[in-house]
Design a protein around this ligand. Structure first.
Ligand SMILES: Nc1ncnc2c1ncn2[C@@H]1O[C@H](COP(=O)(O)OP(=O)(O)OP(=O)(O)O)[C@@H](O)[C@H]1O
Ligand SMILES: [Mg+2]
Length: 331
């Protein structure tokens, strides 16, 4: 069995704003095993980026603060590390591909410079070795004429290529885990699939665990072994990709699946958007946050937030009608 790499226990990150306390991440528990690929999915604003940034300890404070929880990485609670120790973790153990690729690539430095600096810093290589490895990495992520293109600047690459460069940068220091925050949103679906494929293959080759954050459940289907679905700062369903795709047990997951075309389905079914918007995560009542948008809501849903319960081994859902959802959805 694979070893546990990361354990997030009851993590909560709030923003203390003039309008009130924004409970962006509110009691999230999950784990990532060594070498595993996991997708974290949900609509805009549900807390995906904030939960990733919390793990990296990159939450701007004020207004943000991790109010409770543990982030155990290889046996150590990294929330308790000093800032210097944490910089080490960010450089060597966990890499993050940020949501905006242009904010992470420096426009005035060549791609080769940016890659070799990272390699020299983390891998103890001399300039010639770093240059060689940088070229090889670009080649591996599928950039044609890779070694020559090291001399080029970020703007000389297309959007999809820049994403690939970002992936090369993320794997350059051989981390234990990569967190990729919406690495492909700006790209068309075919390129998204290619980029995810490259990332998954690189992760497999190097034995790196991969956390893919996305709002598109359709695209990650083929690339993640497990899926975690978030809504309004909480996990509402999680399980193997197979369970979540073939047997969704939360109406929100069902809605997400019906609202996106699936890359792994030859004939897409009719697409349906989920009506309404996610709530603002300020002063939410003790009730299911999805109830106002849910076709299957019963009285209880408005009275108390359901617990995350195990449906079958490894498959969890936070819903009172989880066991009947299939029957209800057929009607
Ligand atoms: N600095 C901040 N100050 C106040 N609220 C914030 C701050 N950063 C994030 N939030 C709020 O936290 C919640 C979660 O945001 P987050 O960025 O994690 O969403 P997301 O799931 O990544 O969405 P997207 O798909 O749009 O990237 C949102 O309601 C957001 O407005
Ligand atoms: Mg985000």
């Amino acid at each position: 069995m694979a070893e546990r790499l990361l354990e997030v226990n009851d993590l909560a990150t709030y923003f203390f704003t003039a309008d009130g306390v924004v409970k962006a991440v509110d009691g999230v528990t999950y784990h990532i095993d060594e070498g595993e690929s996991v997708a974290i999915v949900g609509e805009s604003g549900c807390g995906k980026s904030v939960s990733a940034l919390s793990i990296m300890r990159l939450i701007a404070s004020p207004p943000g603060r991790i109010v409770h929880g543990e982030v155990i990485f290889e046996g150590t609670d990294i929330l308790k590390l000093s800032e210097a120790e944490m910089r080490d973790v960010r450089g060597n153990d966990i890499s993050m591909v940020f949501q905006e690729p242009m904010t992470s690539l420096n426009p005035v430095l060549t791609i080769g410079y940016q890659l070799t600096e990272a390699l020299k810093l983390h891998m103890d290589l001399n300039h010639k070795q770093a240059l060689e490895r940088a070229g090889n990495l670009l080649e591996q992520v599928g950039i044609p004429d890779a070694h020559r293109r090291l001399k080029d600047y970020p703007h000389q690459f297309s959007g999809g290529m820049r994403q690939r460069v970002m992936i090369a940068l993320a794997v350059s220091c051989n981390p234990r885990m990569i967190i990729a925050d919406e690495p492909t949103t700006a790209l068309d679906v075919t390129i998204q699939a290619q980029v995810l494929e490259v990332m998954r293959n690189m992760a497999k080759e190097y034995g790196t665990a991969l956390v893919m954050i996305t709002h598109n459940l359709g695209v990650v289907a083929r690339y993640a072994e497990r899926v975690i679905v978030m809504y309004a700062g909480k996990i509402i369903e999680s399980g193997s990709s197979e369970d979540v795709y073939n047997d969704p047990r939360h109406p929100y997951t069902l809605g997400l699946l019906r609202s996106v075309p699936r890359l792994d389905e030859a004939i897409p079914e009719k697409l349906e958007a989920i009506e309404g918007l996610p709530p603002l995560v300020i002063d939410l009542p003790d009730a299911c946050a999805f109830a106002p948008r849910c076709k299957f809501a019963i009285d209880k849903c408005n009275e108390k937030m359901p617990e995350l319960e195990e449906i079958s081994p490894g498959h969890m859902a936070r819903c009172y009608v989880a066991s009947e959802l299939h029957e209800l959805a057929k009607k």
